[in-house]
Design a protein around this ligand. Structure first.
Ligand code: LLP
Length: 432
């Protein structure tokens, strides 16, 4: 059994990804059957697994003023947002487009924080009009622009500074964000001056402090280091009479793709709260921005085997999902588990490179995988609920996959398969 399957089975109260009589099932639904009904490539999510993942954070924060803001960049499909909104989650957004999605899915602006290093004036205006909970501001230039936009609207913008604590999250360089060398946040050493400035700008209302140190973090220590750096600043800022109501410690908690064993959400939160208590900050509101850990292990990508090409140096298993559907392997060299949807005993396992139809050698989903497969079989790429569909593109004029959400007995088609003609919308031929 793959580590992901083993871990899924061990999650208390979480609906299981399990193999039953040879069939890989999510919440009791056979993935091969869903693929036959809805076609491939197909994303399948467990609503129960998403709810359980959110509940773990909420349980750990119970009794404290808190807000979990789902970092929706991980998976922004409307039904996913709806699931979290209905379960009391807030949202972390990084664009006006994401704000529109939150509102379309029934989420609340006053439970939404607006992050991002490059907010435009029009995006600030829309967020102010909607009444977002807070802007996580990433530079002095942004403080000044937000002040100007807020004054033009006759309001004060709720403001938090995203501080770059300069700690190493120990993760992939593309998804590590809390180092001085990263573009994110206001440098720790410049933050106090930025708060002083913010406090004098009439269009701003200083609300809190924020950080986010990276993604797919599997250790607690970098979080504690970042929190300590943040609390040092809180003490200096408040020492100057500028009150901070909340501390946002960002997202970043890792999940199991291969053999990682990240801390559970409640363990991480417990340690953070204990550190806050120990330093006398127990009463302060805590915000979190988890993305991957709420959705990653709740979804799989199902694909069909098109061709088997055994070769001299490598054996290629060509499937109908590609780097445009799931870009993580191509972009980050990321490992994602791959399992046959229906176990076979009639063929021997062969070591395959699982590749897609896109015309790039980087178009692979998994390398050197021992799989017993035949043409026409279905494979499931595991832990694909986060940064899968949300990063999909139309490269090679490939329509994006359909998405299905299983919820107990029910199976909901939450996104129709894109059609080729959808891809031409908005394009124009030049008049002859
Ligand atoms: N807050 C902020 C400000 C962020 O930039 C991010 C992620 C999060 C929260 C959520 O982090 P999470 O809990 O999901 O780790 N595409 C990459 C991951 C990029 C993460 C970007 N920022 C991947 O597939 O690994």
């Amino acid at each position: 059994m793959s580590p992901v399957l083993a871990r899924a089975a061990a999650l208390p109260g979480a609906p299981q990804l399990a193999r039953v009589r040879g069939e890989l099932q999510l919440e009791g639904h056979a993935l091969a059957e869903l693929a036959r009904r809805h076609g491939t490539p197909l994303y399948v999510y467990s609503r129960g697994a998403m709810r359980a993942a959110l509940a773990a954070y909420q349980r750990a924060l119970a009794g404290r003023p808190h807000l979990v803001c789902y970092a929706m960049k991980a998976n922004s499909s409307l039904a996913v947002l709806q699931t979290f909104a209905e379960a009391g989650s807030g949202f972390d957004i990084v664009s006006a487009g994401e704000l529109a999605r939150v509102l379309a899915a029934g989420g609340r602006a006053d439970r939404t924080v607006f992050s991002g290093v490059g907010k435009r004036r029009d995006e600030m205006a829309l967020a102010l009009e909607a009444g977002v909970r807070c802007f996580n501001v990433e530079s002095v230039g942004e403080l000044r622009l937000l002040d100007e936009v807020a004054r033009a609207h006759g309001v004060r913008a709720p403001t938090s500074l995203r501080v770059n604590p300069d700690v190493d999250a120990g993760t992939h360089p593309y998804i590590s964000t809390g180092l001085k060398s990263n573009k994110f946040g206001v440098a720790h050493g410049e933050a106090l001056a930025a708060y002083r400035l913010a406090a004098t700008l009439p269009g701003l209302r200083v609300e809190g402090i924020d950080c986010h140190i990276g993604s797919q973090i599997t250790q607690i220590e970098p979080y504690l280091d970042a929190l300590d750096r943040l609390l040092d600043l809180v003490e200096s800022v408040e020492g100057e009479g500028i009150e901070l109501h909340h501390i946002d410690v960002g997202g970043g908690l890792g999940i199991t793709y291969a053999d990682e064993s990240p801390p559970a959400a409640d363990e991480l939160v417990g340690r953070l709260l204990a550190r806050m208590d120990a330093r006398g900050h127990g009463g302060r509101e805590v915000l979190l921005e988890p993305g991957r850990s709420l959705v990653g292990n709740a979804g799989v990508l199902v694909t069909e085997v098109l061709y088997l090409k055994p070769g001299e140096v490598a054996n290629f298993c060509v499937v109908d999902a590609a780097m445009n559907d799931l870009t993580r392997p191509a972009l980050y060299d990321a490992y994602m588990g791959i399992e046959p949807c229906t176990a076979r005993v009639d063929v021997e396992p062969v070591r395959w490179d699982v590749v897609g139809p896109v015309c790039e050698s980087g178009d692979w989903l998994g390398r050197q995988r021992d799989l017993a497969v035949q043409v026409g079989d279905h494979l499931a790429v595991l832990s694909a609920g986060a940064y899968g569909m949300a990063m999909a593109s139309n490269y090679n004029t490939r329509p994006r996959a359909a998405e299905v959400m299983v919820d107990g007995e029910a199976v909901h088609l939450i996104r129709e398969r894109e059609q080729v003609q959808d891809l031409f919308v908005g394009e124009r031929l030049i008049p002859r």
